[in-house]
Design a protein around this ligand. Structure first.
Ligand SMILES: C[S@@+](CC[C@H](N)C(=O)[O-])C[C@H]1O[C@@H](n2cnc3c(N)ncnc32)[C@H](O)[C@@H]1O
Length: 326
């Protein structure tokens, strides 16, 4: 018997590279990657955005996923697709990073942009509708997951550690019933509170009047509105998971932070309690710590201090400071 040694040829690295080249070799898939630049969508949303059938879109997402160009995240019963991060130390990592850089230089077709705006508008409408219906039960609703008393001290600890000048200003996005406004009014020369729900703003107005807060201005507007506001500290307590496009919102709001100022975000960490969607109107089931850091960095902010709070009901809260360089 001839004892010839047949060398086994390892295709693994080539396979990975081939999958990446294959995934990048289709205009629709490149446009999907472009659309996922700072958003995440479900398969039905992507099928709608690109006017294609659901099974066709599922196929494209499978190819992108096999090439590790997209990653999935379960949000209750729904699966959302987002871009995967390039890992430059791995085979194909440099090509992956270069592909995304090229894709980001492309402009999405106008019809796709319009459909993305429609998806965002639909998400925003669901959130506004929830707060319009729930204003009278707001506190009970909040307590289902976490009420202000559970994170107030941590937010204040970070706020006080930032040592703002006596003439510094604050902007609170989504003040809800306004319970945090007395704390801000005490610490800042001027405070603006912006909410897109007239019913919630009404509760905040009553609280400001009751507490005689003379340096607080209330404003009915959406966090994603084109208006140009500025403040030394922009604060969002439990708001981002109600916003239609959170990464875009962070970029937009970072532009409202004065140089040297901070964006202070209190948010739920990623969770799988999908009942929060219907019971609390949540659009997103919290966020990964890295996800917030990435969005902040894409918005030109630097990571500052963070605090994490574990709750007895299993939820975890992150309080994050992101600084805008001078
Ligand atoms: C869960 S409540 C949080 C209230 C308060 N910050 C707290 O910690 O108790 C979310 C608030 O954000 C507001 N909101 C949601 N989406 C918004 C948006 N896109 N622009 C402005 N306000 C928004 C809602 O109307 C609501 O008052």
């Amino acid at each position: 018997m001839n004892n010839l040694h047949v060398p086994t040829f390892c295709h693994d690295d080539c396979d990975e590279l081939a999958a990446l080249c294959k995934a990048g070799g289709d205009p629709l898939r490149l446009n999907v990657l472009r659309a996922l630049a700072n958003d995440s969508f479900g398969v039905l949303e992507l099928a709608h955005i690109f006017a294609t059938g659901q099974s066709g879109m599922s196929h494209h997402l499978k190819v992108l996923s096999q090439a590790r160009l997209v990653a999935t995240r379960r949000e209750g019963n729904a699966i959302f697709y987002r871009r995967a991060l390039p890992r430059v130390e791995q085979t194909g990592g440099a090509l992956h990073a270069a592909l995304l850089a090229e894709v980001d230089g492309l402009t999405l077709p106008t019809e796709a942009q319009a459909r993305i705006a429609a998806v965002h508008a639909q998400r925003a409408e669901a959130s506004r509708d929830f707060f319009a219906r729930m204003a009278d039960k707001f506190q009970a609703q909040q307590d289902l997951i976490a009420g202000l008393p559970q994170y107030r001290d941590s937010v204040l600890a970070l706020l006080d550690a930032m040592s703002f000048a006596p003439d510094a200003t604050a902007l609170e996005i989504g003040p809800g019933d306004g319970c945090f406004l007395p704390e801000l009014a005490q610490r800042f020369a001027q405070v603006t509170a912006l909410d897109n729900s007239p019913a919630m703003l009404d509760l905040a107005r009553q609280l400001c009047e009751h507490n005689g807060l003379t340096n607080v201005t209330l404003r009915l507007a959406d966090a994603l509105d084109k208006a140009t506001l500025t403040a030394d500290c922009v604060i969002l307590n439990m708001v981002l998971h109600h916003v239609a496009a959170p990464a875009e919102a962070m970029k937009h709001l970072a532009g409202w932070v004065r140089p040297g100022g901070s964006l202070l975000i209190t948010e739920l960490c990623s969770h799988d309690q999908s009942w929060a969607r219907t019971a609390c109107g949540d659009l997103w089931l919290g966020f990964d710590q890295d996800e917030l850091a990435r969005w902040a960095s894409a918005a030109g902010l630097l990571q500052g201090e963070s605090l994490y709070i574990g709750l007895r009901n299993g939820f975890q809260i992150q309080v994050r400071q992101f600084a805008r360089p001078e």
